[in-house]
Design a protein around this ligand. Structure first.
Ligand code: NAD
Length: 362
């Protein structure tokens, strides 16, 4: 389902895409981004909503895949103007009868979600301890998903290192973190605290870099994205943009592992195969960055009784899920990216067959 949404009063232009409802309600972030045109926004929302379906399926999270994009430069909308636009968007959520839940994504914040929640209950990833907001029932929000995502990525990196270097210590490895934002900065902090060898960090935001240089003093070097990708490191962790593994970048990589938080890291699935041929271990993004989805899913499933310890228990599954994909990849000599995609699609297929069988029986 693709809905084009507009509101003359606030100038809202948005697209909501539901990719699949086979596993449950569709959940996905609202990306507020300055797309060149509607075509580019549509392509993005379709790609992202599909990725959400696969992410939920392979990580056994009982949700479907959806995503929304608001067209415009998020930074240009402040105060009352931003509030009116977000509320106009939230009103449209109510017309979908709860089939799509909106969450945070690039360009939107947890605070934006509480504004939307004033108009619609179909919002998740609310601030922690949010209680009776105007018309809706009490809810305990799961808060910012980024720390959970970053911790999951850290676990995933440990699994990758264990596969390739079972006898080496973390201090013997170097890391390039691309994007020191909500997830990248926290990942760098996990690595630093765990005693990682040298860190290289790239970000276009000087404040993000300053924070890393200050906190990880002596153990971090600022690099450009080109330098970072070409540097000889054990792990390259893409934590900013998607489409960073493509025909141009693959020949330049000098890392052994690619494992980070960014969505849609591969330009195309075949780029995962090319990494495999080059001997670079790739942690499929929809497994390694699933912590945020797990966190928000708990808020919805628990109907207002968000259970953080349960989330952190399930977060450990990222390691075992990656481990199983790597085992199969090694056994069949096919890329982890392809194996992970096939498993997710097969799970969806089986779910459909099961539902169809149940329908016939009843
Ligand atoms: P963020 O906006 O907080 O951080 C991204 C950082 O990347 C920013 O500091 C930004 O300045 C930097 N950046 C942007 N363009 C860059 C460039 N060309 N070169 C270097 N740095 C650049 O976002 P985030 O929440 O950390 O998310 C990062 C990625 O992880 C996104 O792809 C997002 O979809 C994905 N992701 C995030 C979560 C989550 O819980 N936040 C969950 C799953 C996936």
């Amino acid at each position: 389902m693709v809905a084009f949404v507009s509101d003359a009063e606030t100038g809202l232009r948005a697209i909501i895409a539901i990719h699949a409802l086979r596993f449950g309600k569709a959940l996905g972030g609202v990306r507020f981004y300055d797309y060149k045109n509607e075509g580019e926004a549509l392509t993005d929302v379709l790609r992202l909503s599909r990725a959400m379906t696969l992410k939920a399926a392979i990580n056994n999270i009982p949700l479907g895949g959806g995503k929304a994009v608001i067209l415009g430069n998020s930074a240009d909308y402040e105060g009352a103007e931003r509030e009116a636009l977000l509320k106009a968007f939230a009103k449209h959520l109510n017309t979908l009868n709860g089939e799509y839940y909106a969450a945070e994504d690039v360009g939107t914040t947890v605070a934006d979600l509480s504004v939307m929640f004033e108009e619609s209950p179909y919002v998740a990833g609310l601030p922690e301890h949010i209680e009776v907001i105007k018309r809706h029932d009490a809810r305990w929000g799961s808060g910012d998903p980024s720390p959970v995502t970053a911790q999951g990525v850290f676990y995933g990196i440990l699994e990758c290192l264990h596969r390739l270097y079972p006898n080496k210590k973390l201090s013997e490895h170097t890391f390039y973190v691309e994007g020191a934002g909500n997830t990248g900065y926290r990942l760098a902090r996990f690595l630093h605290q765990a005693g990682a060898g040298h860190l290289y960090v790239a970000d276009i935001n000087p404040h993000a870099i300053a924070m890393c240089l200050d906190e990880f003093r002596g153990k971090v070097t600022r690099v450009s994205t080109d330098e970072g990708r070409e540097r000889e490191v054990t792990v390259y962790a893409p934590c900013a943009l998607g489409n960073v593994v493509n025909d141009d970048t693959i020949p330049k990589f000098n890392c052994k592992i690619i494992a980070g938080s960014a969505n849609n890291q591969l330009g195309e699935l075949r780029h995962g195969d090319l990494l495999h041929e080059r001997g670079i271990l790739y942690a499929p993004d929809h497994i390694i960055n699933s912590g945020g989805l797990l966190n928000v899913a708990n808020e919805i499933e628990s109907k207002g009784h968000y259970d953080r310890p349960d989330v952190f228990r399930k977060l450990l599954n990222i390691r075992s899920t990656l481990g199983r994909v790597f085992d199969r990849s090694a056994g069949e000599n096919r890329s982890p990216a392809r194996i992970a995609e096939e498993i997710a699609l097969r799970i969806l297929e089986l779910e459909c067959e099961f539902k169809e069988t149940r329908r016939r029986v009843w």
